[in-house]
Design a protein around this ligand. Structure first.
Ligand code: GUN
Length: 284
């Protein structure tokens, strides 16, 4: 029987610490503010954005939503970001991805002030993560590191295998594990002998975006399995990238979906917003 790594419990503890920082800032007359931009059209994005707003409310962070129509132009979106960059009451700016194909995601990310880039997607923040000298934590990977820390799972010297090489999860995940002295392998769609590699993992992170991609024969007994997947099935249910039923009995610890990594991503976003507010007001 594996230990179930409970993202709700761990994120609740993490958010309590963020809330204390919010209260300290408020006692100095500062309310952290987050602007969330959503270009309407993707039902999953709508749910994620609502969850982010809810977390802000819980912690006393001011949030405002900018819901833009699906046919918004690049110029309109960039003008909005520019105005948010210039507002002192907005400390963090997040543009929910993916964007419709007529919008240039890279240009949009690059237009957010690196000081307000609470997703840590801007090339300057990505570069700083690579070096290991960063203010903004990449939300999902940092949430996973916090889960491992909370469960006393040390990555040092371990073989960590990350399946997926996205800029949002796979690449920064590998980097954070490397900073903690893990030996890291990144696998992707062109990897040969995937199963042979994943079977050597002490810690396996699945960030593929395909339901039940990781099957029991890909996992060595005793492995810690982290499931980043959020796949919507035809019946509307959300499931991860890991075949939980088959993999749970052979792993030593595993994250469920939902209730695993997802809540941690939001908790780290809250921390980044508070960090931005503290930094912009000269407290760090
Ligand atoms: N889409 C999926 N995950 C994320 C995220 O962490 N941030 C943003 N902005 N968009 C996303």
């Amino acid at each position: 029987m594996a230990r179930i790594i409970d993202g709700k419990e761990i994120s609740a503890a993490f958010k309590e610490r963020v809330k204390a920082q919010v209260e300290e800032l408020k006692s100095k007359g500062i309310t952290p503010g987050l602007a969330v931009i959503i270009v309407e059209g993707d039902p999953a994005s709508r749910i994620y954005v609502n969850n982010k707003k809810k977390a802000c409310e819980q912690l006393g962070i001011y949030s405002e939503e900018h819901a833009l129509p699906n046919d918004v132009t690049q110029e309109e979106l960039l003008a909005l970001i520019s105005s948010l960059n210039n507002r002192s009451d907005i400390n963090g700016i997040l543009c929910q991805l993916p964007l419709p194909p007529h919008l240039d995601e890279e240009k949009v990310i690059n237009s957010i002030s690196p000081n307000k880039d609470v997703d840590a997607f801007h090339p300057m923040n990505v570069g700083r993560i690579m070096i290991g000298n960063f203010d903004f934590l990449p939300c999902t990977p940092a949430g996973i590191m916090e889960m491992l820390r909370y469960c006393d799972i040390d990555v040092e010297g371990k073989h960590c295998v990350v399946i997926g090489r996205s800029n949002i999860v796979g690449k920064p995940m590998a980097m954070l594990m490397l900073h903690k002295n893990a030996t890291v392998t990144i696998c992707h769609s062109k990897t040969r002998n995937l199963k042979e590699i994943t079977r050597t993992a002490d810690i396996l992170v699945a960030a593929v975006g395909k339901a039940n991609f990781v099957t029991a024969d890909m996992v060595k007994p005793g492995t810690v399995v982290i499931d980043v997947g959020m796949n919507r099935l035809e019946d509307g249910k959300i499931t991860g990238d890991v075949d939980f039923k088959a993999v749970e009995p052979i792993s030593s610890a595993i994250t469920p979906v939902p209730g695993g990594v997802g809540p941690m991503t939001i908790a780290v976003l809250m921390q980044n917003t508070v960090t931005a507010a503290r930094r912009q007001n000269g407290f760090i």
